[in-house]
Ligand binder design. Structure first.
Ligand SMILES: Nc1ncnc2c1ncn2[C@@H]1O[C@H](COP(=O)(O)OP(=O)(O)OP(=O)(O)O)[C@@H](O)[C@H]1O
Length: 292
């Protein structure tokens, strides 16, 4: 990425209360029964533990097939785990509809391809309003419209665009809508799964900046899944490195990226173009100083 990106805030992970705790999880995909040949279940996540603190960004990196999206889907409650546990705000994963609604309100997602995750027949305004009605139980039209306009403004879209449809927007604008929709129920965690991967480089930088600004504004935490180490390095407070379903490195993002210990992380870092680390470090220092 060539455009400058703000670094994460300077609060250390030790100072943050844990929000999401993933403890020694294992996940298998079921095998397939064929007429000629059957395949056994495949374990793709092999005992992974990490946590995300309140208002923190944790980056989850690894090459294609390492299991990043599988973990993301398990955290979203879309995939069962075979063993271990996932707790959010001290509570286990939801077991009934009422708990599911609470969980969905608190844990939202932004995916790679907004065109397929947005309903093409729904206007942008209705798309953002829908989770307010369904998850927050809001029904006052004026209040909903005011919130939709506020969210459109927060993600850098104009109020006029509430009447547009997804196909009328650019890829970057659609991802802004997906982010506004994710923020609508006031979640405490957003799972961003390759949320900037499909965008061109300058739009990527704008959306990464937007994620950072919205975190400052709302205090939302991110599990930021990406294969691009450069993006993750600048977004994250801590980074988890996955290799074939194992967590091979986990800790402070700068440490992991600047002094990788595991040979796999070293290979990933060596392969990733890092634009200007000194400049990014200076920016982070500026932000830290501005807070004191
Ligand atoms: N529905 C499925 N059924 C069976 N195996 C699956 C399924 N989805 C993923 N897998 C396998 O699980 C492993 C992890 O896949 P996953 O999509 O989580 O990796 P990833 O790191 O997110 O990769 P990418 O960056 O390409 O999205 C891969 O070996 C993949 O082939």
């Amino acid at each position: 990425m060539s455009t400058s990106i703000p670094g994460p805030d300077a609060t250390s992970s030790a100072e943050r209360a844990p929000l999401l705790v993933v403890d020694d999880i294992r996940i298998s995909y079921p095998g397939r029964r064929g007429l000629v040949r059957s395949t056994p279940p495949t374990e793709v996540i092999k005992g992974v533990s990490f946590d995300v603190g309140v208002g923190e960004t944790v980056g989850l990196v690894g090459e294609s097939g390492s299991g990043k999206s599988t973990i993301g889907r398990a955290v979203l409650g879309l995939l069962p785990i075979t063993s271990g546990s996932i707790t959010f705000d001290g509570r286990p994963m939801p077991r009934n509809r009422q708990e599911q609604k609470w969980y969905r309100r608190n844990v939202q997602a932004v995916f790679q391809d907004p065109l397929s995750s947005l309903n093409p027949t729904m206007s942008i305004g209705d798309t953002i309003a829908e989770p307010m009605r369904r998850l927050l139980g809001m029904n006052d039209r004026r209040e909903i419209t005011a919130q939709v306009h506020h969210l459109l403004d927060s993600v850098g879209l104009s109020v006029r665009q509430s009447h547009s449809y997804p196909r009328e927007l650019s890829g970057g604008q659609r991802q802004r809508v997906a982010i506004a929709r994710a923020l609508a129920p006031k979640p405490r965690l957003i799972v961003a799964d390759e949320a900037v991967s499909a965008l061109d480089v300058s739009t990527q930088a704008q959306i990464v900046n937007l994620f950072a600004d919205l975190q400052e504004e709302t205090g939302v935490a991110y599990l930021f899944i990406a294969h691009d180490l450069g993006v993750v390095r600048h977004m994250s407070n801590r980074t988890a490195v996955l290799f074939k379903g194992d967590l091979v490195e986990w800790g402070d993002a700068c440490e992991v990226h600047d002094h990788p210990e595991h040979p796999y992380t070293q290979r990933l870092v060596a392969a990733a173009p890092v634009p200007d680390p000194a400049r990014q470090r200076a920016k982070r220092e500026d932000r830290r100083a501005a807070r004191i």
